[in-house]
Design a protein around this ligand. Structure first.
Ligand SMILES: *Cc1c(COP(=O)(O)O)cnc(C)c1O
Length: 392
């Protein structure tokens, strides 16, 4: 029996390892927009690059194989992948969405889909009863994102899939934070896996890209039709950058996740840090589910300082991480959700969701973890001690 390679080996030793025509050890970038047809009556595999391109196809087949799906699709951004998947919906349909969904997805659902008569309800997806109670007869899609952003809440994927199947709904899952290196939602029954490949998959803060994967041929045909119809395909240079980034996905995530775990422990013990949100910490409410449904806890964590002033002081003094939106790169990225990803959310709504002014999100890169901790130690030393509540 042929041995099935492990994930890290599959990242390199796949069908695209060597170009069949030249032996090139890198996928050729095929710039052609159109393809000559050698026969008047029977056309070749490719005709026009929006409909199919060999470089994009290499990426699409690679992500399909890594996620355990039958068909993959590459888009111009994560939002293009997500928005195209939503085109499966029609007027009068309803979508049930996790309440801490990515900001761009929130905008698409609340400001665009509504104009096309597609309804939505946001629920706390960590609560399966809430999910069950909010499924309507016209619910077509249940949309998950786990662990969520920025509080790393964990959804029980199989629990939601079971409810969805009982009600004839499709399930979509944004797997950006985990990647197939750590979590394979299709194996857990999810219908469409979505990615911002801009993040961990490409991994170097140098490309914007999106991916979708399905494991059902029919759904694959429908999504292919929408990809071709809507036309938000990924360009070939960008497809190549994602393919190159993917080769090191496993080693990058391994190092970043180990460092994230160490940093989460360090921060959890620091007197100036009020709370650490990381599913790898044993007191995290989603710890057991995460351990059960994924192969790790990932490289993103959030932590809460006393207030905005404390967060500002920390950001001003920290030297290694870049202070930016985005995540999932070789360099550590620190962001302030209240002013960045969640700035558009009304303040009381934001606070209700636990996204306080002192909250910072850290996407751990591949720097030496001791350097990162030393940097955080010196930056935290500038943060004022929260005035202790005086006892009478
Ligand atoms: C960044 C991100 C997206 C959007 O992807 P783009 O490539 O920026 O369009 C979607 N979901 C999650 C979880 C993200 O982090």
């Amino acid at each position: 029996m042929e041995r099935e390679w492990s994930f890290s080996t599959k990242l390199l030793h796949n069908e695209w390892k060597v170009d069949r025509h030249t032996g090139a050890v890198s996928v050729p970038i095929q710039h052609a927009s159109t393809f000559h047809q050698f026969d008047f009556d029977s056309f070749g595999k490719y005709d026009y690059s929006r409909s199919g391109n060999p470089t994009r196809e290499a990426l699409e087949e690679t992500i399909a194989a890594l996620e355990g799906g039958v068909r993959g699709f590459a888009f111009a951004s994560g939002m293009a992948a997500i928005s195209t998947a939503f085109l499966l919906l029609s007027r009068g349909d309803h979508v049930l969405v996790t309440e801490d969904v990515y900001g761009g997805t929130y905008r698409m659902i609340t400001e665009v889909l509504t104009r096309f008569g597609i309804e939505h309800t946001f629920v706390d997806m960590t609560d399966l009863n809430a999910v069950a109670e909010n499924i309507r007869p016209n619910t077509k899609v249940i949309y998950m994102e786990t662990p969520s952003n920025p509080l790393l809440k964990v959804t029980d994927i199989q629990g939601v899939v079971k409810l969805a199947k009982a009600h004839g709904c499709l399930t979509f899952l944004d797997n950006t934070f985990m990647t197939p290196a750590l979590q394979r939602p299709l194996d857990l029954g999810v219908d469409i896996v979505l990615h911002s490949a801009t993040k961990f998959l490409a991994g170097h803060s140098d490309v914007v890209a999106g991916l979708a994967v399905v494991k059902d041929e029919e759904l694959g045909k429908e999504l292919y039709k929408l990809q071709n119809a809507f036309g938000a395909v990924l360009g070939v240079q960008d497809a190549w950058l994602v393919l190159r980034g993917l080769k090191t996905l496993h080693v990058r995530l391994k190092q970043s996740s180990e460092s994230a775990a160490a940093i989460a422990q360090y921060l959890a013990c620091h007197p100036k840090v009020e709370e650490v949100y990381y599913p790898g910490l044993s007191h995290h409410p989603g710890h057991d589910i995460q351990r059960h449904q994924a192969d790790g806890f990932g490289a993103v964590l959030s932590f809460r300082l006393a207030d905005e002033e404390a967060a500002r002081t920390f950001v001003r003094n920290v030297r290694l991480p870049v202070f930016a939106v985005s995540l999932g790169a070789v360099e550590s990225i620190l962001s302030h959700p209240a002013k960045m990803s969640h700035a558009a959310m009304p303040k009381d709504e934001r606070l209700r969701r636990g996204i306080t002014d002192g909250l910072l999100r850290l996407s751990v890169g591949i720097e030496d973890v001791n350097d990162l901790i030393a940097d955080f130690e010196q930056a935290l030393s500038f943060v004022q001690e929260r005035p202790s509540v005086s006892t009478p």
